[in-house]
Design a protein around this ligand. Structure first.
Ligand SMILES: [Zn+2]
Length: 431
């Protein structure tokens, strides 16, 4: 039987080279060297990396692309100003504009090979406009992008009496995970109470949890301790994520080691957001200025599932970004001192297979029987991919090419030198 697609001569993230990938009915049916079969379409990967799609474990699709709206930009660069601006901006955002921005971001994501996003959606507004729109967007993009939504009380679960009801209504609308922001509650005790209440909802309804947790430079912010405890107590292991966890950066090593042990034992996943937190944290420091990213290598070494999120693109919190998860991994390598080969490969996994596991994506990965979802990069291996943040030559979803780009090649005019340059062709020359 004719195949739908064959990708030839691929390198896979685990280092296997010269591999062909055969696709039929939207799934990989054979993965082996030199497959002798015909297909409706063949693509020569030419020794380049073919990776499972990128996955963003932490994003805000309701706020993205709002930078400069109503003339507002974050002047201090602080998290607090970002939250205040968002609160001021929300009334200016129509359902149509929110939908248009979310869909535009999803287009950009697809072009970057980013085919799954966990997005928090603010449920502070009693009309729940953001949740309603993003539930529709989720359905609309489902053929090409997995969007997982988290009900997120941005101003705090106890900020106003209607929030508990808003959060439950958002879940009824089709938002599928429970969010929270315990460090922003009026007191640390109310933060802990919010964790208990929100984890109880998740346990009762069989849902995932992902809380913004300890996104502060204050080493005394220890809400993740309660999140780990509730995860164990309620039997939610493997279903709960702590996002940001910036205070871990500033804690003393003794307490941090003990806490990381509790988190690992609880089966709590962690998401660091290096781009956003490198700029939002440390704003009250003079010198030295803290980096703000949580302890990624230590959490990984303890056995926690650690993913890296983009968090924000062109919004009140982060004025840059282009849906490139390799840019996120690149920053994590720097902020976390993860420049060993193993460290860089771990950062690549933290924007691909690890977040896929955290989100519970079905059929993810380059294996026979799984969905034929993959990306051909203009790079030869995961480390080179992080270094170059290369062109996504082809993005494949369920066996269909949904985005393509020409390789980046420069034409040179240099005496006695080659006429063209592929950036991936310049590498270290080890002898
Ligand atoms: Zn966030």
């Amino acid at each position: 039987m004719t195949l739908d697609l064959i990708l030839r001569n691929a390198v896979l993230p685990d280092g296997r080279a010269g591999i062909d990938l055969a696709v039929r009915d939207g799934r990989f049916v054979e993965i082996a060297p030199a497959i002798a079969a015909a297909a409706s379409r063949e693509i020569d990967a030419a020794g380049r990396l073919v990776t499972p799609p990128f996955v963003d474990a932490h994003f805000h699709l309701d706020a993205t692309l709002t930078l400069g709206l109503a003339g507002k930009v974050n002047e201090t660069g602080t998290l607090a100003e970002g939250i205040r601006l968002w609160d001021e901006l929300r009334p200016h955002i129509s359902a149509e504009a929110l939908r248009a921005r979310a869909l535009a971001y999803c287009d950009l994501a697809v072009s970057q090979g980013l085919l799954a996003i966990r997005s928090h959606v603010d449920v502070s507004d009693d009309a729940l406009m953001g949740a309603e729109v993003l539930v529709e967007v989720k359905k609309q993009v489902a053929p090409y992008l997995d969007l997982q939504l988290v009900a997120f009380p941005q101003m705090g679960y106890f900020a106003k009496p209607t929030l508990a009801g808003n959060l439950r209504r958002a879940l009824d609308l089709g938002v599928e995970a429970v969010g929270g922001i315990p460090h922003l509650e009026p007191t640390a005790e109310l933060g802990r109470e919010s964790i208990r209440a929100l984890c109880a909802i998740a346990a009762e309804q069989g849902l995932l949890v992902d809380m913004h947790c300890d996104e502060t430079d204050d080493p005394a912010s220890r809400q993740v301790e309660t999140l780990a405890y509730e995860t164990r107590r309620l039997g939610l292991s493997g279903r709960v994520t702590g996002s940001h966890l910036c205070s871990l950066h500033s804690m003393d090593n003794f307490y941090a080691a003990r806490l990381i042990g509790h988190m690992a034992a609880a089966g709590l996943a962690a998401v660091a957001n290096p781009l956003a937190n490198m700029v939002l944290q440390g704003r009250f420091d003079s010198y030295p200025k803290r980096r703000g990213m949580t302890r990624v290598p230590e959490l990984m070494a303890a056995g926690c599932a650690v993913a890296l999120g983009h968090d924000s693109v062109l919004d009140p919190w982060y004025p840059l970004g282009r849906a490139d998860m390799l840019e996120v991994a690149h920053m994590a390598v720097h902020a976390g001192h993860m420049t060993s080969q193993a460290g860089m490969r771990a950062c690549f996994a933290a924007v691909t297979e690890t977040p896929a596991r955290i989100l519970g994506l079905e059929g993810y990965g380059i294996e026979v029987g799984r969905y034929a979802d993959c990306v051909i990069l203009q790079a030869r291996d995961p480390v080179e991919a992080i270094r170059l943040k290369p062109v996504r030559l082809a993005v494949v979803r369920r066996g269909r090419v949904i985005a393509e780009a020409a390789p980046a090649v420069s034409r040179l005019s240099l005496p006695g030198r080659p006429e063209t340059l592929d950036p991936a062709a310049i590498a270290a020359i080890g002898v």
